[in-house]
Structures are given as structure tokens and as C-alpha cells.
Write a protein that binds this ligand. Structure first.
Ligand SMILES: Cc1cc2nc3c(=O)[nH]c(=O)nc-3n(C[C@H](O)[C@H](O)[C@H](O)COP(=O)(O)OP(=O)(O)OC[C@H]3O[C@@H](n4cnc5c(N)ncnc54)[C@H](O)[C@@H]3O)c2cc1C
Length: 762
């Protein structure tokens, strides 16, 4: 952002640092005639607004005095500066958030008279009170650093998240950074949110990485303190982060001057004031000196020398005037000044002021709880929570010194919501959760755990039970059936997806059938009662089979490779790939054996089979649109019918590694005239075949989905489109390729039995 546009923005915004700007208006909320309140709250920030929102017994009138037109949720400015959040999310018009029943006095307190219980305002009004809560926060003293205001006003390289004006400069500073030092400072004064000066450093580093310029930047963090963070537990994490990411920390150094013409920042050694060094910067983020607002500096017996309201650090009652309480940054409570601290204090203040009103002793004791969500990078926060003794006081059931995404989400999304919707509306929000964890809090912890992960797991506890109950019903209703199994003159409607899921045999077979047509599978050697029992098993997971059918049932189950009744490892065998040449034999019995649909291995042979040689027979699938079924129940027009012989019709000669297609229409039952399959012989055992890639590509593109295992065993990278769907076509294609490659013959046009082109001409 150029300095001109920045000045323009400043004019447009018409806001200045929180305490220096008081724009007065004649708000309808303020009844000018009222001059006395049971409870007067001075300062409508995080602390004051939450006290004003609290209902107190015995208090009939509440006045809230604050001359600012805007209320800011300052903790989010860190993310605004980093380019993560919009500034608009951090501000509300004061008049829109004044709690119902509370009079807003849009005026600034100018003097306090605690003896007479009167506050005089900048506009000259004198407001009396019975009880007074002071919550004036802190003001920013940018002018305490030589040249800083000029630099902030005029240099695009200098920014500060601490002000609602200068926070707009931070992200442009990050974006415009070219090469050099990125310097971040901590003030030599009390500070609100002691983590904020370094949070923006981590976020800037993340942004630089994202923008690809991290290598061009040297990060330097200057602090007058001897350590990076007061609470040791979190300091350890932060020290490590700085070391790992090469973020150099200079302790006991205080920013005393900024020369924006030369882009130089000058620091003084706290222990040795003569030790003064200047560092050139390409980007300078300043956390300015801060202190009590002017009215407090002059508040006499109400404040300590520095101008902080003196209160009992536990009860928050004034040390001298019992009807006065203090909350937030303006007090001398020795804890880290944060909105979280103010939120915790609000709970104790409410109880103690109530006790005071009722004439009871003040018994609610604040332990110094404060919290600082340290954004250590994009989507990670170390959620520091600790007390007066700097002892961790952690809310969540995990180690909060670890940077976590869940804590980042809390900082970014939850805390702002809690602030606007809870803390400012009913003042009752207290961020401290008691131990042991209640059921609700455990649930909350579980949500946090989920937030930590990348995604969400959903589990349907009774999934199989409920799905199978539905499937059973669907079956009995004959709903959604998309395939017919035909056996012994009987039809069984079924569902392809279930057949495929339950049987490797069906899976391979069905994969090759046209998806948009009704299909009839004619099982020639599976008796209907066996088929019925197998379908029961597939649909119900169980089946009752009489002794007399047992052997046939198991034999058919093995042949059809029904899962649960057959131990064939489909996935494993699919991975098989041989190298160099196609193999004619698939009859090996090793673990990786590849088995084509319907073909048996010795392993698959029924133990009690009386005809071992039969189990070695490959099964045939004779496919073709013109095959006629034997039963009238099958609609020959709309269905593609598939005759499935589970043990007959083909011979496989293992010794010569030859496939021999027998006359599959021998029985005449399923063949129409003129539709006989051609005989073919493929002998590849000893071939040294090298298939040129372009031939291989053509070949592969024409291979039907249902190709037998000989293809799967090949070294082709087979990704097969489904438009050629019959084995007959495949065989034709295959022979065509072989002719071309092995015999050097020119490519011939292959035709399937249906007359379609199998291979295009080369
Ligand atoms: C960049 C940044 C990051 C921060 N990050 C966090 C964080 O992550 N977590 C966290 O908990 N806290 C954070 N804080 C600190 C937090 O915002 C403050 O500690 C908190 O707002 C203090 O509340 P308060 O009510 O004491 O003061 P404020 O919220 O500052 O409110 C003071 C109010 O008093 C009014 N006032 C001043 N003078 C007078 C007068 N004479 N008469 C009447 N009214 C007056 C002001 O207009 C103002 O409305 C951050 C602050 C900043 C600037």
C-alpha cells in the first residue's frame, strides 16, 4: 500500500488508536438527563462490556461510559495482519453491542472522584454511581519511539498489528517484501497479549514460504525481556521453533528509533544503554510501548505510580475504595494482559460484586488465569494457558505446548464467536474448565481430536446387518433385478452387483457383458436346486443343503468361485504378470496362479472329486447375441444370453500349451445355424514374440473385457475398453495380431461372429 493511499484509508476509516480517538455522538441510547447509576462501568471494551452485560441482583440501573464509536475484537488483528482474516470481522458499532437495559454514555471519563462517587466526562457531565467498575484498557504510545509515527504514517515497510489503522499495513508489507531483514519488536513496557509481537513473525514466515521468498528473508525478533515467553512450558516450544526455522532472537534489546528514510531500526541494550545498534529492515513490525490511558495516569489514589488501577489481585476489588472494582488491562493485576484474562476475571468480579451488594464477604478468588493462543504458523497454535505462578492451567486434555490445528481453529473461528455471542452478551463465559472432565467436556475433547485430523470418519455400526436386511427385502420383492440365471428350465432373477461381489467367476463374466441390457446367464451344469441354494447363500450368508445335494453344492460353489465357500484369492492372482511372452498354460498350481473365469485349478478341484482330470478342463463361455435359450420365459429380444458351462465344452492341452476350441455348438441347444465358432490354435510357448508398441496398442484397444487368462498373463499393459465384449472377438483379434507379428503377414481385417470389425486396418 502506498503512503498516499494509506493516508486516504486513514481518513476514510476516521479512526485512530483506541484511546486517542473519541468521536462523540448524540446517541439515542444515552439519556443525557440521567446523572446517577447503581452501577457505572467506565470502558466498553472486552472487560467492561462483559461486566455491563451481567445481571446483578439489587442493581436497577447500569451505565456504560465509552466515547469510542467502535468496539474491536483485538485478538483477531494478528490474523488480519497475516492476511488470514478480514478486518471487518473484528469490529462492531458500539451502539449495536450495548447490552439491553444498559445506558450507553458516549463520552470519555476525564476525572474520577472516588470520595464523592462521581466521574466527570470530557463533555463536562458528572455521573454519579453506587458501584463503579473501571475497564479502560491500555493506550498505545507509538510516539515513545523516535520516528515511529512518521514511519507508520509514511513508510510502506513499517506496520503494526496493534492499531486498527496500522494493522491494514501489515499484509501489504508481507506481500511487498523483496529481500532483506524482516524485523519484529516487543515493547519495553507492559503489553497486551505478550504473544502477539512474535505471533506475526511466525505467520509472516509462513506467508513468505508460501510466496516463495523465505530464502530471501532474515528474520529478527527483538525483545527487552530475557526470554521469548514468560511461561517456561511454552517458551521451550517457541525456542525450538525459532531455532529450527532460523528466526534469530535478540533479547534485552529495546527499539528506540526508526529511520524510515534509511529503513533503519535502532535498538538499545537494556543492560548496557550505551550499546546501541541499528539494523536495516525491509519489513518492520512494531509492537508499540503501551500504558494506562491518560485519565488513569491522573487518577490519584485510584492508581499506582505507573497509572494502573490498584485492586486486590484475587477479588478485583479496589484496594482503597470497596465500591470500586477493576477488570482487564487497566488494572495492576500481575498477570499477562489478555481478553482471556478479562473473561476469567469477569466471572469472579460478578460474584464478588454480587456478594458486596448483598453485604456478604467476597469469596471468589481469581488465580491469574490468562491465555495466549500463539499462532506458530499457518493452521497451528500453541494454546498457552497459565496462572499467576506461571503454571500451566490447561483446558484441553492434551499437551497444549504442541502446536495444533484444533487450537488454531479455536483461535480463528471459535473464540471470536464465543467473544461476540457469549462474553459480550451475558458476561458469563469463563474459559476455564474444571477437572475432572464431565461427559460434555469429554465429548468436546473428542470434537477437538477430530479437528486435529485431516478428515472425518463416519461409521455405520450395524452396516452389514442393516444392508443385508434391505437386500433380503429387495430380493423378495424382485426389485432392481438386472440379471437372470437360467438353470434346468428355471429362471432366477438376481442382482449383478451381488453376484460379482460374491463370486470372482461372476465378477469377471459380468464385467464383459453390455451394461445396458438385460442379461441371461444359462448355467448348463448347475442344477436348479443347487443354484437356488447358492443364491440363498449369496443373499443370506447361509444356506441349508441336504446331504444328498452336498457334494454337488460344494462342487458348484467351487466352480463358480463363491466367496465364503471357496478359498480362491482373487486379488492376489490378479496381480500376476509374466515377462517377455504370452504363455499358453495357466495351469500351474503355485500361489500366484492366474485363473480365467470358470477355469479350474488343481487347488480348486473338489477334494472328493471323482474325476480329477475334469477339473483341469477350462470352462468355456460361449457368448453371442443370437444364442437362443431353451425356455420361453427368457426374452430373446432384449436379453443378451450367455451360456455358462462350468466344466464342459473346451479342452485344454497342458503339455503342448495349446488352447483348443471345441465345437461349442455340438449339442445344438444354444447355437443357431451359421454361428459356429471358428477353431483356433494359439501356440505361444516357445515364441520369442516381440510385439511392437503400436500393434500392442491396437491389440489392447480391441481386446474384450472378458478375455481369458492368457491375456492377463501377458506382458501387455492391458486396459481394455468394453466395446468388444465377446471372447470370440478376442480370439479373432488375438490371432490377427499373431499373424501380423509372428508370420510377418500384413494385418487382416478381423470380424466377429456378429460381423463387427474387431481390428481396424493398420
Ligand atoms: C494485536 C493484538 C492481539 C491480541 N491477541 C490476543 C489474544 O490472542 N488473546 C487474548 O485473549 N487477548 C489478546 N489481545 C489482548 C486483548 O485484546 C486485550 O487484553 C483486551 O481487549 C483487554 O480488554 P480491556 O477491556 O481491558 O481493554 P480494551 O478491550 O482495550 O477496552 C478498553 C475500552 O476502554 C475505553 N476507554 C479508554 N479510555 C476511556 C475513558 N477515558 N473513558 C471511557 N472509556 C475509555 C476504550 O475506548 C475501550 O473501548 C490482543 C491485543 C492485540 C492488540
Amino acid at each position: 500500500m502506498s503512503s498516499k493511499s494509506f493516508v486516504l484509508l486513514r481518513k476514510l476509516l476516521k479512526v485512530h488508536s483506541i484511546s486517542s480517538c473519541r468521536l462523540f455522538s448524540s446517541s439515542a441510547v444515552y439519556r443525557a438527563s440521567k446523572r446517577h447509576y447503581d452501577l457505572l462501568v467506565v470502558g466498553g471494551g472486552a472487560g467492561g462490556m462483559s461486566v455491563a452485560a451481567t445481571k446483578f441482583k439489587g442493581i436497577s440501573s447500569v451505565g456504560l461510559m465509552d466515547g469510542a464509536q467502535k468496539h474491536y475484537y483485538q485478538p483477531l488483528w494478528t490474523l488480519v495482519g497475516a492476511g488470514v482474516k478480514e478486518f471487518a470481522e473484528t469490529e462492531r458499532r458500539m451502539k449495536d453491542i450495548i447490552p439491553p437495559g444498559v445506558d450507553w454514555i458516549p463520552d470519555a471519563a476525564e476525572t474520577f472522584d472516588p470520595e464523592k462517587c462521581i466521574v466527570k466526562t470530557a463533555k463536562g457531565a458528572a455521573i454519579g454511581y453506587k458501584y463503579l467498575v473501571i475497564a479502560t484498557g491500555m493506550q498505545l504510545d507509538y510516539n515513545k519511539v523516535d520516528g515511529l509515527v512518521n514511519a507508520l504514517e509514511n513508510s510502506p515497510k513499517v506496520c503494526s498489528n496493534y492499531s486498527p489503522v496500522y494493522v491494514h499495513k501489515t499484509f501489504p508489507c508481507i506481500e511487498n517484501f523483496k529481500e532483506g531483514n524482516a524485523i519484529f519488536t516487543f515493547p519495553n513496557s507492559p503489553v497486551k497479549c505478550a504473544g502477539a509481537p512474535q505471533k506475526i513473525m511466525y505467520l509472516t514466515e509462513w506467508q513468505f514460504k508460501k510466496m516463495g521468498k523465505r530464502e530471501k528473508a532474515s528474520f529478527k525478533f527483538f525483545s527487552p525481556l530475557p526470554v521469548i515467553f514468560a511461561c517456561k512450558k511454552y517458551a521451550q516450544t517457541l525456542d525450538k521453533i525459532c531455532a529450527d526455522r532460523n528466526l534469530r532472537c535478540y533479547f534485552k534489546r529495546n527499539l528506540i528509533k526508526v529511520d524510515s528514510d534509511k529503513n533503519m531500526a535502532t535498538f538499545q541494550n537494556i543492560d548496557d544503554p550505551k550499546d546501541v545498534k541499528s539494523h536495516e529492515y525491509e519489513m518492520l513490525h512494531v509492537s508499540p510501548p503501551m500504558g494506562p490511558v491518560n485519565v488513569m495516569m491522573n487518577a490519584g489514589t485510584l492508581v499506582n505510580k505507573a497509572g494502573f488501577l490498584t485492586v486486590n489481585k484475587e477479588t478485583l476489588q479496589h484496594t482503597r475504595y470497596p465500591n470500586i472494582f477493576g477488570i482487564g488491562d487497566c488494572t495492576d493485576v500481575p498477570t499477562s494482559k489478555t481478553a482471556a484474562a478479562a473473561a476469567a476475571q469477569a466471572g469472579h468480579l460478578r460474584k464478588n460484586l454480587s456478594a458486596m451488594i448483598e453485604g456478604k464477604p467476597l469469596g471468589s478468588l481469581y488465580d491469574g488465569y490468562t491465555s495466549c493462543p500463539l499462532t506458530t504458523g499457518y493452521e497451528e497454535v500453541v494454546m498457552a494457558e497459565f496462572d499467576f505462578e506461571l503454571q500451566p492451567k490447561e483446558t484441553f486434555p492434551f499437551d497444549q505446548s504442541v502446536p495444533r490445528k484444533s487450537m488454531y481453529l479455536i483461535k480463528k473461528d471459535w473464540l471470536p464467536k464465543i467473544y461476540w455471542d457469549k462474553m459480550l452478551k451475558n458476561g458469563s463465559f469463563s474459559p476455564v474448565y474444571p477437572n475432572p472432565w464431565s461427559a460434555d467436556q469429554r465429548r468436546f475433547a473428542e470434537i477437538l481430536r477430530i479437528m486435529e485430523s485431516e478428515g472425518f470418519d463416519f461409521k455405520w455400526e450395524d452396516h452389514s446387518k442393516e444392508v443385508f436386511a434391505s437386500i433380503r427385502k429387495i430380493r423378495s420383492d424382485h426389485a432392481f433385478a438386472d440379471v437372470t440365471l437360467h438353470s434346468g428350465g428355471r429362471n432366477f432373477v438376481a442382482h449383478k452387483v451381488l453376484l460379482a461381489a460374491s463370486s470372482r467367476f461372476f465378477e469377471d463374466l459380468l464385467a464383459g457383458l453390455p451394461a445396458n441390457k438385460c442379461n441371461v446367464l444359462v448355467l448348463t451344469d448347475v442344477r436348479p436346486e443347487i443354484l437356488r441354494a447358492l443364491l440363498d447363500f449369496i443373499y443370506e450368508g447361509e444356506s441349508s443343503v441336504g446331504n444328498n445335494l452336498l457334494e454337488d453344492f460344494l462342487t458348484a460353489a467351487k466352480k463358480l468361485q463363491i466367496r465364503g465357500l471357496h478359498s480362491f484369492d482373487a486379488r492376489k492372482s490378479r496381480k500376476r504378470k509374466t515377462s517377455g511372452h504370452l504363455r499358453g498354460s495357466t495351469q500351474e498350481n503355485d500361489d500366484d496362479e492366474v485363473v480365467s473365469p470358470g477355469r479350474e485349478t488343481a487347488e480348486n478341484t473338489p477334494v472328493n472329486s471323482t474325476n480329477a482330470s475334469e477339473s483341469n478342463k477350462p470352462k468355456s463361455m460361449v457368448l453371442g447375441p443370437s444364442v437362443s435359450p431353451t425356455t420361453e420365459e427368457i426374452d430373446t429380444e432384449s436379453c443378451v444370453q450367455v451360456k455358462v458351462e462350468t466344466g464342459e465344452g473346451k479342452e485344454f492341452d497342458d503339455a503342448s500349451a495349446e488352447w483348443v476350441e471345441e465345437e461349442t455348438c455340438a449339442d445344438g441347444e444354444y447355437c443357431e445355424e451359421g454361428n459356429e465358432q471358428e477353431e483356433y490354435i494359439v501356440d505361444l510357448e516357445n515364441s520369442d514374440m516381440k510385439i511392437p508398441p503400436e500393434v500392442s496398442r491396437k491389440f489392447v484397444s480391441s481386446v474384450p473385457r472378458t478375455m481369458p487368462s492368457i491375456c492377463r498373463e501377458s506382458n501387455f499393459d492391458i486396459s481394455v475398453p468394453s466395446h468388444h465384449s465377446t471372447c470370440a472377438e478376442f480370439y479373432l483379434s488375438f490371432r490377427t495380431v499373431l499373424n501380423t507379428v509372428m508370420e510377418g503377414l500384413p494385418f487382416i481385417e478381423g470380424r466377429s461372429s456378429s460381423g463387427e470389425d474387431v481390428l481396424p486396418r493398420l
